[in-house]
Write a protein that binds this ligand. Sequence first.
Ligand SMILES: [Zn+2]
Length: 352
Amino acid sequence: MSSEKVIEKRSMQTKNKILVATVSAVVIVGVALGIYFGVRNSDNNDSSNKSNTSTAPDPVPTNAPVPTSAPEPPPGINGTMINGTLFPYYTLTGEAPAPVGIDGKVYTNCVTPNTFSISFDDGPSQWTHELLDLLEAEQLKVTFFVNGDNQDCIYKPEVQSILKRAFESGHQIASHTWSHPELTTLSVEGITTEMTRLEQAFKDILGIVPRYMRPPFGDGTFGNGNANDLKVQNTLKGLGYVITTWDIATGDADIDDNKTPHKLSDEELMSKEQLEVTSTVEPAPDGAPHMQLMHDTYMRTIRLMAPWSIKYIKARGYKMVPVATCLGDEDPRTWYKLIGPPAATTPTTCTK
Ligand SMILES: [Zn+2]
């Protein structure tokens, strides 16, 4: 997508103890000693959460307290079941905190000192499983800004599988619109449809609706000649979205042709992409937060750039966290507008 290339260039099991209170009535009292774990949930756990009927209950707001009658996670899985959806890597107790990220506000960088988020747009793709393997090995959580119908159709079984794995691995799932348009070119109704159509897919497949989104190309926020487009921002605000962009773009979408043979050698590509990172990070004060954009739709992003970035960021002493976390929303219940059991049983097509 050529315009994107121009624009985006510019731019457990630690000892996590669920003290499940016992007896009769109540309560899950847990002590969260750690949040991130390197153990994947299995497909069995996923299917055990799914509703197979069209009578699945509607998702409910995430700021609702965890019901005291909520079922416990399956044996052997640490985590928290919320409204029928398992958060396998998080022990969440009590009421969800109030969200920190503000609806309709544009965040162009992380705010928490010493945090560094890396995020991946435009997927899932054929490379995303390989990225998830890397993140699992590194015990890192990131943010995926997902499309419904861009590189691939979100309803394809194999794409659903990748998306479920990302969610169940504890990564933040966020919206990147249904079909990756320039939002400033759309009417309010058009923008709304781009968001709500993907919301339906997320509800169908995962049972959640994200609170966080990133406009394709950053359009309507900066970088596209349409900065601060109030139609876009107010529409997203009305839909309850926190708008996030980036302060570092590696340029993968611009300078990697994703074909073989490549126009640029690995060394040439990495030199360009690494410069985009180092030229922003190194002049900034130590511990200054950063929000880095990449795309999980490029082989060399997954095999070369992401590993290099992780090593570089860790070496500088940063805490690597999802986008929402670095903006103050540390509880995953605040990452989503709705949490409930996945609803879909019938595949839906992706005609744009
Ligand atoms: Zn994109």
